[in-house]
Design a binder for this molecule. Sequence first.
Ligand SMILES: CC(C)(COP(=O)(O)OP(=O)(O)OC[C@H]1O[C@@H](n2cnc3c(N)ncnc32)[C@H](O)[C@@H]1OP(=O)(O)O)[C@@H](O)C(=O)NCCC(=O)NCCS
Length: 187
Amino acid sequence: MSRAMRTLLTERLRLVPVTPHNAAVLWQMLRQPGLREFQDLPEVDLVQFGRMVASRPQRLEPGAWGRFEWLIGFEGIGEPVGWGSLRVGERVSSSAEIGYSIVQSYRGRGIATEAVCALAAEAFSRLHLRKLRAYCVPENAASRTVLARAGFEEDGVLPHGATVGGHPVDVLGYVLNREAWELRRPA
Ligand SMILES: CC(C)(COP(=O)(O)OP(=O)(O)OC[C@H]1O[C@@H](n2cnc3c(N)ncnc32)[C@H](O)[C@@H]1OP(=O)(O)O)[C@@H](O)C(=O)NCCC(=O)NCCS
């Protein structure tokens, strides 16, 4: 079976792998307002961004490490409305970190929750993970709701775990263990 990153389908959504072919779509989205309040995003031009994407791993399989990203859109229509990511560290292959954002005009419709559940399923089924982690600033109530709905549990504060507006900030850690995910998974 091919271990290439694949398109993920949910009830309403289509998550398409980010490749050099569609990197410009994500780059455009990263420039939209309302995405940087709780997170710093890369300030790179399109050529640099394309190079970053081209250097990422393409196969989502045990042992692969780096950043894997998907564009989140509705099945069958137009422009994507957000993106989600999985990041696997070079040395720690038993856990990965999930990230996500939705453009302002599409928030509050459960899109991030649906996408996070799909990404968690893909991560646990493709990789030998014991846990999936997520981090967000404590003020990001919407993101905390998403993580709680997807089954993540709070796992303490990571001091200076991120930079927002160029400044180090403390972040709340969240964790979804494989056992907890398997219990929630529909049969
Ligand atoms: C966080 C984010 C991805 C959520 O996306 P979304 O598609 O709106 O999420 P969902 O609709 O699945 O769930 C969000 C829930 O939080 C609630 N919510 C939204 N803003 C809120 C706020 N300020 N306070 C409390 N709850 C809030 C929503 O009402 C919704 O709950 P509901 O379904 O009961 O109404 C989106 O707000 C976003 O992209 N924010 C900017 C980037 C970001 O913070 N990314 C995550 C970094 S950790």
